[in-house]
Design a binder for this molecule. Structure first.
Ligand SMILES: *[C@@H]1O[C@H](CO)[C@@H](O)[C@H](O)[C@H]1NC(C)=O
Ligand SMILES: *[C@@H]1O[C@H](CO)[C@@H](O)[C@H](O)[C@H]1NC(C)=O
Ligand SMILES: *[C@@H]1O[C@H](CO)[C@@H](O)[C@H](O)[C@H]1NC(C)=O
Ligand SMILES: *[C@@H]1O[C@H](CO)[C@@H](O)[C@H](O)[C@H]1NC(C)=O
Length: 202
């Protein structure tokens, strides 16, 4: 009466003594598979937390200096200046960041005083792209800015810059994800020395 299933037959052939090691082998085998699965899950988790993780690039003003600063008279306060800024796009992703044309706006106490276009380009994977841009700032409408006279008198003019850069991160060339980043910086023009100081970006 030969049993239909293979186990029964081989047990019969090998004799009862073979059953124990076979069970042990099977247990070992399952253990290896379980360990392998856990290992794989670990590898995938680490991979997704590092290489595959999408980080928001940082768009900032790294440094800047001033040329052609002109202040109006106390009777008619105004200012104009050229800001020569070094911008950076820091990309911490394991894939390049392609960004689109981006407008950077400059403000004095909420009033627009200048604008500059940053051309579309790309920042390589895990690198910081740097470029220099010159922008002319000017504010003439003193009536709308009653603070300007006292700021010029005090010798410090607060400027802020804002921008939203849109683009996409390309992970391992295939996975693409849109990612935008905001610039939000403040700086101070010191009129006496015609310098820009305290450049702070969030
Ligand atoms: C980006 O700006 C440049 C210069 O103004 C323009 O020639 C180009 O067509 C713009 N690119 C896009 C995608 O709008
Ligand atoms: C800024 O203004 C100066 C003259 O005041 C001009 O020569 C220069 O081309 C302007 N720069 C930009 C970026 O508009
Ligand atoms: C990503 O941005 C592009 C424009 O650059 C747009 O056409 C596309 O629909 C966006 N994709 C998603 C998923 O938002
Ligand atoms: C920029 O900073 C100003 C002042 O702290 C804040 O009101 C504004 O919401 C910020 N904008 C962005 C885009 O983060």
């Amino acid at each position: 009466m030969a049993p239909a299933n293979g186990h029964g037959r081989s047990d019969a052939e090998a004799g009862g003594a073979a059953t124990e090691p076979r069970k042990k082998n099977r247990t070992k085998c399952f253990l290896y598979i379980a360990l392998f699965v856990i290992f794989q899950i670990g590898v995938i988790t680490i991979f997704s937390l590092t290489v595959m993780k999408i980080r928001t690039p940082k768009f900032r003003i790294r440094s800047a200096h001033l040329t052609n600063f002109n202040a109006g008279t106390p009777a008619s306060p105004s200012f104009s200046a050229t800001v020569n800024a070094e911008f950076t796009v820091k990309n911490a992703n394991f894939g390049r960041y392609k960004y689109r044309n981006t407008t950077v706006d400059f403000f004095y106490r909420g009033t627009p005083v200048g604008q500059v276009l940053v051309r579309d380009s790309r920042a390589g994977w895990r690198s910081t792209k740097k470029f220099n841009v010159a922008v002319n700032l000017s504010l003439t409408n003193a009536q709308a800015n009653p603070q300007l006279a006292s700021d010029l008198n005090a010798g410090v003019v607060q400027i802020s810059s804002q921008a939203r850069m849109r683009g996409r991160v390309e992970l391992i060339f295939v996975m693409k994800k849109n990612k935008s980043t905001d610039m939000n910086c403040t700086m101070e023009i010191v009129t006496a020395t015609q310098q820009l100081r305290n450049i702070l970006c969030k």
